[in-house]
Write a new protein. Structure first.
Length: 157
């Protein structure tokens, strides 16, 4: 049914299930194998009066291994943090204005986020639970990202 190249790419795709491989499959023209995975925005916020307690040394070591495994497997799409300072770009009646601030309030601050790729919400929840165990007590928020592929951005037919 498949030539050796398609078969090898199919095997790699099934093993790694990454967006890059889905794009490659699309380019090769086999849309049936190029199923999109879901992406989730995983983050935590800091309350105004809630200090952020770092994980224990054991938790840090566990989290380091967990994150390395997640990067290597392609589970993590992006990770980072948002600073307090923001720049606003506004277009009004054809004119742009750019201003720094007002700054993000403490209760809205996102000191850490990760975008992950998962085949299901359940898979994403399991990943988030493992991350939270590394970090210790607290809450992590998770939201599925919509419109994350070029396919999603195509105008309706």
């Amino acid at each position: 049914m498949f030539d050796p190249v398609h078969l090898e790419i199919s095997n790699i795709y099934k093993k790694d299930s990454g967006r890059v491989l889905a794009t490659l499959m699309r380019l090769l023209g086999d849309l049936d194998l190029a199923e999109e995975t879901m992406q989730f925005f995983v983050y935590f916020t800091m309350g105004e009066n809630t200090p952020m307690n770092p994980p224990s040394p054991e938790g840090m070591a566990k989290m380091g291994k967990f994150m390395q495994k997640s990067f290597e497997s392609g589970k993590i799409v992006a990770t980072g943090k948002l600073p307090k300072d923001v720049t606003y770009v506004t277009l009004e009646k054809g004119n742009f204005s750019i201003s720094d601030g007002p700054f993000i309030e403490g209760k809205e601050l996102i000191p850490g986020f990760t975008v992950i790729s998962a085949d299901s919400k359940q898979e994403a929840l399991e990943w988030v639970q493992e991350l939270r165990e590394c970090m210790g007590d607290g809450t992590i928020k998770m939201a599925q990202l919509m419109g994350t592929s070029a396919e999603d951005m195509k105008p309706p037919k």
